[in-house]
Design a protein around this ligand. Structure first.
Ligand code: AMP
Ligand code: MG
Length: 389
């Protein structure tokens, strides 16, 4: 059995990045950017008005001003603003020559063709050319996880074909004679396969590609057949179940036979002690525990940073520090423990959690807290890191 921190290091050190591809920018959300993006223009490209108002000379603000022109966004002013004059101008329109300030329409009185200012203003209300971005400036950096707000940046610099990391392909196999697929009502001694689908969803939510290989029977042959097929067709395979020390837990044996060297098969962590990780020349395998909470948690803690790493993204789980609403305690302390919690009025509370088979506990959880080895109590009011899920 190894410590969780060592397991994490082994997994991270095994990362091999995969290739890149170019895709239309509208398809790139949730993918990892594989090159720096530079601007081909200055932004704003010209001095433009930040408000609807009157462009004039700051020194003329005490006079009544004659309106010489009206300029909409998208039009180019044709008149130069001189002493005693102004141009009516809309947000986004270019500032006319001669003007150095824009008075907001709300602060003016207009009569016929003249305008008077009601009050002094402290800003020019001009967005100056290149104040946001210079030409050639890097606007987004390689290695970011692309979000909808980045799409606006791509659009603004004309970067319509985005170089992204390819999607890691993950083959998923559920193991266990007791399993039946979700559309069936489980008979006596059976349970529904929730794990396989949870894993698929976890993989897909990261922007990776999941392929599902069904339920492997608890026989050496069936497990071997599915494992070898999935290994051929994917970069990584993930099995759930079959990794404990039960009589029908064939997964470790099958993996070795399929050419995978097991790097660890037991981690001092709960839930998820039998978590297994192995690799061959260029394929990787996670053996996740059968219980859905353990599988979910170990995917989050170990598999997710690994898969993101393969796509060139240095994933750090979002964490916030908040006070414990009550004492948290546990009896045994020889493993690092992760516990689902929720956040209520800025404090960390336990969710109802009956153990690693209690799938529903996660649906009401906002995050996980951890007890290091040797620690059995977290006191009420103590600040704890909540890892958001
Ligand atoms: P195992 O690691 O195969 O011994 O499985 C541990 C526990 O998780 C057993 O109670 C299994 O029935 C349960 N389990 C295994 N696979 C799944 C699955 N795909 N969905 C839900 N529960 C599972
Ligand atoms: Mg099993």
């Amino acid at each position: 059995m190894i410590n969780f921190e060592d397991a994490y290091k082994i997994v991270k050190n095994s990362v091999k990045t995969i290739g890149t591809e170019r895709i239309p920018f509208m398809n790139s959300v949730n993918r990892i950017l594989a090159e720096d993006v530079k601007s081909d223009i200055e932004m704003p490209p010209f001095d433009k008005s930040a408000v609807d108002g009157f462009a004039c000379r700051a020194e003329d603000l005490d006079m009544s001003l004659e309106i010489i022109e009206v300029v909409q966004a998208g039009q180019t002013p044709s008149e130069t603003v001189k002493k005693g004059q102004c141009t009516k101008i809309m947000t986004g329109a270019p500032i006319p020559d001669g003007a150095d300030t824009v008075v907001m329409v709300e602060y003016t009185d207009t009569e016929n063709n003249t305008v008077t200012m009601q009050r002094k203003q402290s800003k020019t209300n001009i967005s100056y050319r290149a104040e946001d971005v210079k030409e050639g400036q890097t606007v987004l950096q390689k290695g970011i996880l692309i979000k909808p707000q980045n799409i606006a940046v791509f659009a603004s610099v004309g970067y319509t074909q985005v170089l992204v990391s390819k999607q890691v392909k993950v083959g998923i196999i559920s193991t266990g004679d007791e399993l039946t697929e979700p559309e069936n009502k489980p008979g006596m001694s059976k349970i529904r396969n929730s794990n396989g689908y949870q894993l698929r969803a976890q993989v897909e939510a990261m922007g990776a590609k999941a392929a599902y290989y069904g339920i492997a029977k608890d026989t050496y042959d069936d497990t071997y057949e599915k494992v070898t097929k999935a290994l051929t067709e994917n970069d990584v395979i993930m099995l759930s179940g079959g990794v404990s020390v039960g009589e029908f837990d064939f997964v470790p044996e099958v993996l070795e036979k399929a050419g995978i060297t097991i790097l660890f098969d037991s981690v001092a962590v709960t839930p998820g002690k039998p978590t297994t990780f192995g690799k061959s020349e260029n394929k990787f395998c996670f053996g996740l525990p059968g219980n859905p909470v353990s599988s979910f948690v170990q995917f989050e803690l170990l598999a997710k940073p690994f898969l993101y790493g393969m796509m060139g993204y240095d994933f750090k789980a979002p964490e916030i520090k908040l006070p414990a609403a009550k004492d948290f305690s546990r009896k045994r302390t020889e493993r690092k423990a992760f516990i689902p919690v929720h956040i209520v009025k800025g404090e960390v509370k336990r969710v109802e959690y009956h153990g690693s088979a209690h799938i529903h506990a996660l649906s009401s959880a906002d995050g996980l807290i951890s007890f290091p080895i040797g620690v059995n109590t977290i006191k009420k009011g103590e600040l704890i890191d909540v890892r958001q899920i």
